[in-house]
Design a protein around this ligand. Structure first.
Ligand code: ATP
Ligand code: MG
Length: 558
């Protein structure tokens, strides 16, 4: 694993260092993260957030959070609030620089008027469909709109009346007058404004024309004095347009740099798809722990520290590639292994009665909270005649090399006693009901004077003290590595993406577990209290990640 805190080099850093050396922006570094508030942030966004925030921090610069809120049909205040919470949770710091593209609507309008006056923008009466037809294709040039050569005065008048609300949605647009035969389709007279009689979460009904993203984005960067405007590769072809706008307006010119999007195996990230999963009820909201959103990850028990570590592991490049989701889980596991205290939880309980142990006796065994970190202290666990062990830790007819409990085979109950199984009790249908065992009093604390070895060590919980809980186990939402390549999401859904276990038995201290504090349930994985559904009466735990680390195996083979 790469070392934390050591600055990992990447091509963006190289560009920034050259710019600092040549004093391109007076040595300044000013980045931003520009989300559109039309959904929740996902793990792909965290790559962009941590990259931008990290660069600002490393080069003594500034980082802005700016909402690209130019499309009121899809945007909501609830998304704005959720995004702010998530960016803060990740630990990126915009200080007092929280901005909105909608703060610039008036300025953008004035700049549009400036371009109209200079003959560089015009009002077009073609319909959206006609505009598409006239645009041409990658191999064919476009055609000029019949309205392209309207006199400036007419354009100014119509644009003002568009703003005043005289025209219905879709009846007119404002377009930049660039070049309908450009080999770059983005330069074929792109639309700058459309009419939308829609309530905006921030500007209310003040506007009924809204700037297109391409018209708002570069100018917003310019207004904020952004030096390095980082975005994903699909905007590479838009860069000439952004450059054209700031050059025509004669305003400050940020440098756009494109990098590859994060793509994760078994995961879909497009907000459009995530919204569909929510709306179709395939998941239980944006923060369903199976979603790749930051809100879902938080609820599932992922930590910002681990997401940062993952972000450093994957680095930043110009080439699109798919990252193995096992690598993200590896980072989570690594972090929790270090920070999560251990606890006993029996997820699928089987009752064990210790026949040679008195009925009312309770012994307390002091166990370490973390095997490698004494500073995490110890806890006392009660031991009694009736216990629970994991159902899968017993086999009546053991396979070869099965070292857990079976008739006549001795095992260690972690930190307590050695036990041997004498009798298997079943109901009339042949189902296992309980085991009767006997302990060796000499083995108290988990070892014997004769140094006798046992191969199996099991976790256990005192039945009288156990706290019952619901435990939710998660797996990937999709069964194929590249779900983006599939036409029908329903066909590739993983039927076992959520398995609910009722009646798990927890060591008593876990009754006080709090949201946000992870535990390692020994031999089972990492778990956290569910922030939404857990109540003091009915605890609900989410499995953050299992113990099995497939990524470490892949890496060790390399
Ligand atoms: P999506 O396609 O998932 O809906 P988006 O790009 O439309 O995402 P925005 O809110 O516009 O979402 O994204 C804000 C910023 O996050 C943009 O600068 C975008 O480039 C970046 N970003 C989005 N998805 C990823 C990703 N998978 N990897 C890296 N950066 C991303
Ligand atoms: Mg977008």
């Amino acid at each position: 694993m790469t070392e934390t805190n050591e600055t990992v080099s990447n091509f963006v850093r190289n560009i920034i260092e050259e710019d600092i050396a040549s004093s391109k922006f007076g040595g300044r570094v000013h980045t931003r993260f520009p989300p559109e508030p039309n959904g929740y942030l996902h793990i792909g966004h965290s790559k962009a957030i941590l990259l931008n925030d990290g660069l600002a921090e490393d080069y003594g610069g500034k980082f802005n959070l700016r909402f690209d809120d130019t499309n009121p049909t899809k945007e909501e205040q609830a998304y704005i609030d959720a995004i702010i919470e998530d960016v803060r949770w990740l630990g990126a710091d915009w200080e007092d620089r929280l901005f909105y593209a909608s703060d610039y609507f008036e300025q953008l309008y004035e700049w549009a008027v400036q371009l109209i006056k200079e003959g560089k923008a015009y009002v077009d009466d073609l319909s959206a469909e006609e505009i598409r037809e006239y645009r041409g294709t990658l191999t064919e040039p476009g055609r000029n709109s019949p309205y392209r050569d309207r006199p400036v005065a007419e354009n100014l008048d119509l644009f003002e009346r568009m703003r005043d609300g005289e025209f219905p949605d879709g009846s007119r647009v404002l377009r930049a007058k660039i070049d309908m035969s450009s080999s770059n389709i983005n330069l074929r007279d792109p639309v700058m404004y459309r009419i939308l009689h829609e309530e905006h979460p921030r500007t209310g009904d003040r506007w009924c024309i809204y700037p297109m993203y391409d018209w708002a984005h570069g100018q917003s960067d310019s207004i904020e004095g952004i030096t390095h405007s980082l975005c994903t590769l699909e905007f590479e072809d838009h860069r000439p347009l952004y450059d054209w706008f700031v050059e025509q307006l004669g305003i400050y010119h940020p440098q756009q740099i494109e990098f590859a999007r994060l793509k994760l195996s078994y995961t879909l990230m497009s907000k459009r798809v995530l919204r569909k999963l929510v709306e179709d009820g395939i998941v239980d909201g944006w923060d369903d722990p199976r979603m790749p959103t930051l809100a879902a990850y938080r609820r599932r028990g992922y930590t910002p520290r681990a997401i940062r570590q993952f972000s450093e592991m994957i680095g930043v490049s110009k080439a699109n590639s798919m990252v193995d989701v096992a690598m993200l889980e590896h980072a989570i596991r690594d972090d929790l292994n270090e920070h999560a205290p251990r606890a006993f939880a029996v997820l699928d309980p089987l009752k064990v009665v210790i026949d040679n142990y008195p009925e009312d006796k309770v012994e307390w065994f002091e166990l370490p909270n973390h095997p490698g970190d004494e500073s995490m202290g110890t806890r006392a666990l009660p031991f009694t005649r009736e216990l629970y062990i994991e159902r899968e830790d017993f086999m009546e007819d053991p396979l070869r090399n099965y070292y857990r409990l079976s008739p006549g085979q001795e095992v260690r109950l972690y930190g307590a006693y050695y036990i041997t199984c004498d009798e298997v009790v079943k109901d009339e249908d042949g189902n296992l009901v309980e085991l009767h065992c006997r302990l060796d009093p000499e083995s108290r604390g988990g070892s014997t004077p004769d140094g006798r070895r046992v191969k199996g060590t099991l976790h256990w919980v005192s039945a009288a003290h156990a706290h019952e809980a619901e435990v939710r186990l998660y797996d990937t939402l999709f069964v194929v590595e590249d779900p983006g390549a599939s036409d029908d999401l329903r066909e590739i859904l993983n039927p076992e993406s959520l398995v609910v276990l009722n009646g798990a038995m927890l060591e008593p201290g876990l009754a006080e577990a709090e949201v946000g504090n992870p535990y390692q349930f020994m031999r089972q994985g990492y778990f956290v209290v569910d922030s939404k559904d857990s109540t003091p009466e009915r605890l609900v735990f989410n499995r953050t990640v299992s113990l099995r680390d497939t990524w470490a195996k892949v890496r060790n083979k390399q």
